[in-house]
Structures are given as C-alpha cells and as structure tokens.
Design a protein around this ligand. Structure first.
Ligand SMILES: Nc1nc2c(c(=O)[nH]1)N(C=O)[C@@H](CNc1ccc(C(=O)N[C@@H](CCC(=O)O)C(=O)O)cc1)CN2
Ligand SMILES: Nc1ncnc2c1ncn2[C@@H]1O[C@H](COP(=O)(O)OP(=O)(O)OP(=O)(O)O)[C@@H](O)[C@H]1O
Length: 206
C-alpha cells in the first residue's frame, strides 16, 4: 500500500502534466471567467460582513507553471479600494504576506515566483479577509494538493478567520485526493464553471 505522501507525489506528476495541456485559448477564456467570479465573490463577501465599510484585505498569488493567472483581478480589486497582499517565502516551508500597491512592484523570488519587494509592508494573517489559494488539484469538498512544500497548510494552521478560496481550472478538480492530518480544507473553490461552497458542495453558482 502507498503512503499518503507517495500517493500525493504520484498525483502531482500527473496533475502537473495535465494542467499544461490546456490550449492558450482555453486557458485565456477560463482565466477571464475565473477573474470575473473572484471579483463577484469578493463583492458578495464584503456585503455579507458586519463591518462592511472596512476595506477588504485579499491575498493573491503570482501564477507560475500553468497555475490560473489571477493578475487580471488586480485592477478591479484595487478600484474597489481593497488592500492586496502577496506571499513571500521567508524560509523553507514558511511564507508571510506583504502589501502590494501595483502589480509591477513584484520582483522575482524563490522558485522563480514573483513576490513583494524588500520594502513591502507585512500584514498579519489575522488581518486577511479572503485568501486565493493556488494548487495542482482540488476537490469540491475543499481538499487541495499543492507542490508539496506545505506552505499554505502551515500558514493556515491554527484557528484563523480567513476565507480560503481555491483557484483552479475545472480539469484540476478530482473526485478525491489523498488527505493527510495537517491538510486544511478550503472554504470555497472557484473554477471557470463557477463557485463551489466546499462545506456545501451541492451549491454551485456560476
Ligand atoms: N504561485 C504560487 N505562489 C506560491 C506558492 C504556489 O504554490 N504558487 N506556494 C505554495 O506553496 C508558496 C511557494 N512554494 C512553492 C513550492 C514549490 C514550487 C514549485 O514549483 N516546485 C517545483 C520545483 C521548483 C524548483 O525546484 O525550482 C515543482 O514541484 O515542480 C512552487 C512554489 C508561496 N507562493
Ligand atoms: N501545519 C503543518 N505543520 C507542520 N508540517 C506541516 C504542516 N503542514 C504541512 N506540513 C508538512 O509539509 C510537507 C508538505 O505538505 P503537503 O504535501 O500537504 O504540501 P502541499 O499542500 O502540497 O504544498 P503547498 O502548501 O506548499 O502548496 C509535509 O511533509 C507535511 O508534513
């Protein structure tokens, strides 16, 4: 029998290959739909909060190697007056979030991923409202498979109020994924087909 870690590693290889097989056109159309859904989602989230006058703090990521590129959301989120933060790898397995005012301020960092510059303002995770989470694979129930660094699971360990939203192409959604004790379930999943509430996966809205 394979261990959960061995199963995850095997799936990572399959999912990496599969994610790269979308055509440019499919990728572009899906990304536009996903970015529109992210803006709608954040608006709904802002309305539903009690302190709805306070600007949202939203965690994005700078896509690499075939991840859904969410950079087209940046302008729309800023226009609404919200604060945008990006992760920076601080040490092996550890990341923190920093404010980014303009997308072109990002600089190359660990793993060849764009990250906030050295003088960016740090933000405590307790201040995050919505965190977009990239990945290799997802399930409708909110399980996620990443690159295997454990960055997001470690970051999200403990009781946090942040609303976590997995971002993937529909073909990255699997019926099931191997799950380890430290894995954190996402609250929502957004693909080009719509938004899934992972704690009530029958409720797909597009
Ligand atoms: N866009 C993005 N940013 C992110 C993450 C992510 O998954 N995606 N992370 C989420 O953890 C953190 C960084 N961790 C990462 C760990 C490994 C790889 C990666 O691509 N690994 C390659 C090997 C790369 C190399 O050795 O140079 C691989 O597994 O193929 C990427 C990010 C924080 N920022
Ligand atoms: N909260 C945690 N505390 C300690 N170790 C952890 C925690 N979360 C994950 N890890 C360790 O990190 C390693 C990778 O975890 P996992 O396979 O879940 O990563 P991943 O979710 O695929 O990657 P990433 O979050 O970086 O995209 C594992 O060895 C795991 O034991």
């Amino acid at each position: 029998m394979l261990t959960v870690e061995a199963e995850k590693e095997h799936l990572r290889q399959l999912l990496k290959r599969d994610r790269m097989s979308l055509t440019e056109n499919e990728r572009h159309r899906a990304q536009l739909a996903i970015c529109a859904a992210v803006l709608d989602f954040c608006e709904g989230y802002a309305r539903s909060r009690q302190s709805c006058d306070k600007p949202l703090t939203i965690g994005l990521y700078a896509a690499v190697r075939g991840e859904v590129d969410v950079s087209a959301c940046f302008a729309g989120l800023r226009e609404r007056g919200w604060r945008i933060v990006y992760p920076r790898v601080q040490a092996l397995g550890a990341m923190e979030m920093f404010v980014v005012d303009k997308a072109h301020h990002l600089v190359p960092g660990a793993y060849g991923i764009l990250e906030p510059p050295a003088d960016a303002l740090p933000v405590q995770k307790e201040q995050l409202d919505v965190l977009l989470v990239p990945g290799l694979g997802f399930t409708q129930e909110g399980w996620r498979l990443g690159y295997g660094g454990g960055y997001y699971d470690r970051y999200l360990a403990g009781a946090l109020d942040v609303c976590t939203v997995g971002i993937g192409f529909q073909r990255q959604v699997r019926a099931a994924l191997p799950v380890a004790a430290h894995d954190r379930r996402l609250n929502y999943l957004i693909t080009e087909e719509g938004v899934v509430n992972c704690w009530d996966p029958t409720s797909v809205s597009s």
